[in-house]
Ligand binder design. Sequence first.
Ligand code: F6P
Length: 345
Amino acid sequence: MARRRVGILTGGGDCPGLNAVIRAVTRKGTDAYGYDIVGVMLGWRGMLESVSMPLDLNAVSGILPRGGTILGTSRTNPYNEPDGADTVKRNMVTMELDALIAVGGDDTVGVASRLYEDGVNVIGVPKTIDNDLDGTDQTFGFDTAINTVTDAIDRLHTTAESHNRVMVVEVMGRHAGWIAVEAGIAGGADMVLIPEQPVDLEMVCSSIQKRHDRGKTFSIVVVAEGARLSDESLVLQSEERDAFGHVRLGGIGIVLGEEIERRTGFETRVTVLGHIQRGGNPTAFDRVLGTRFGIAAIDLVHTGDFGNMVALRGTDIVSVPLKDAVSKLRTVDMNLYDIARVFFG
Ligand code: F6P
């Protein structure tokens, strides 16, 4: 009997830990189940253009500590291409794939969910530095990102203190403020501003003023890229939309920094961390979570439980139906934000 062939792709923005998933799927799929594992290149684009590479034990050797993805990624959306879903289905046959593991955020997993409804044997694995997927308590990539941001805040502290400045740090996260809140708490930020709560400039400036009145000469303000000033729209880098309809966020830090300096008179500088948050080697936590997700995904392939996404619930790895996993955005827990708030000003 021919060996079963299982494809794996990584879609959307990259993040640390993707290679841990690829390695785990390949190791267990090959060794324990005797499958041929096929790496589909560049996310869904590889399924549309039928571009792949064989994955064996040698191909995944040494990739565990590496950030990014050895398969490459794209924001291609098959449902945005003429005949896209049918092309993916046809290529499942021409590439001789019995099943596909799609590793990605809400967009990639959303496509997986629709393809499953369209008859493709697919399993989802959640990833994103934004930590905004509703079906799982945490995505891998997030822990590495918040450690990177925390390190940046620590560095900004020393220079802020030396120059008596307000430092505004703009972080990623799209429409959820997880990175801002967790890195803000970890880095001891004096103010954390998130998309879930419109920014009240009066409150921000009076809080900074109060802090300076009690003798502090510097402040650290963390702002999520998706935060907006009350009554104002999102600040965008570009209105152009990607294949999933997303605009490019960015620039709220500059707007905020100018307003803080104008209203308080304190010299203010702005740092936009950008893609630095997505790069670099994964933390031990993300390597372990990625590995656990990869093992669980190939186990689901083996038991034929398609149409599911692996997920973290508490400390357990579980599976949830794909359609439930992407039905809504996972926004910041306000109890956690209240903890950050204790340290404002
Ligand atoms: O979803 C992950 C993310 O890094 C967001 O935090 C950010 O808004 C976006 O991707 C940036 O996308 P790109 O890599 O296309 O600039």
